[in-house]
Design a protein. Structure first.
Length: 183
């Protein structure tokens, strides 16, 4: 299995009980989606192995998983900090105005007023209220005739700022709101 075909949906924290169950910190925005998953891939750091889920339960902010082929605490003990992956094609499809972070990273950011290239989206930070996009400036970008301070800036992923995400063209059209860029 190629790593590029997989996405992380959780990280194993600790064993749970004596029958091989593990507590998982979900890294997906919809932990209930684990109920629909039949097969996962465990990334040990050295290899990726395929496993069929036997059960899914929820406790507070954690997901409790058991696997058909892992039935004792000793095996579960070894799985601490392993990533739980699924195939991208098995992931829940994003809704309107929702995107996978891995699809956004690397997209070109342009000024919605004049189409000038601002830079590239290099990270997405989840803050709770809304995501924040990290944009690394294009070397030639000038704001109001001046070179911006630093090599990147941060923009809230809200409609007033992010006017359009064109996945087909790989372009994000951004309203460069006053105060967003420091010169």
């Amino acid at each position: 299995m190629d790593r590029d075909d997989l996405i992380r949906v959780g990280v194993i924290t600790t064993p749970h009980g004596v029958r091989g169950e593990v507590k998982v910190f979900p890294t997906t925005d919809d932990p209930k989606y684990f109920k629909k998953i039949k097969k996962v891939y465990l990334d040990t750091g050295k290899e990726i192995t395929e496993h069929e889920l036997a059960s899914v339960k929820f406790f507070k902010n954690m997901v409790i998983l058991s696997f058909k082929d892992i039935t004792d605490r000793n095996a579960a003990e070894l799985m601490r900090k392993w990533n739980i992956l699924i195939k991208k094609e098995d992931a829940r499809r994003p809704g309107k105005d929702e995107y996978f972070i891995f699809d956004l990273i690397g997209m070109t950011v342009v000024d919605s007023k004049d189409g000038r290239k601002v830079g590239a989206l290099t990270d997405v930070l989840s803050t709770g209220a809304n995501d924040v996009y990290e944009i690394t400036y294009d070397e030639a970008f000038l704001y109001e005739g001046q070179k911006p301070k630093g090599d990147k800036f941060y923009a809230p992923a809200i409609h007033e700022c992010i006017e359009e995400v064109d996945m087909a063209k790989g372009v994000i059209r951004m309203n460069l709101m006053k105060g967003l860029i420091d010169v």
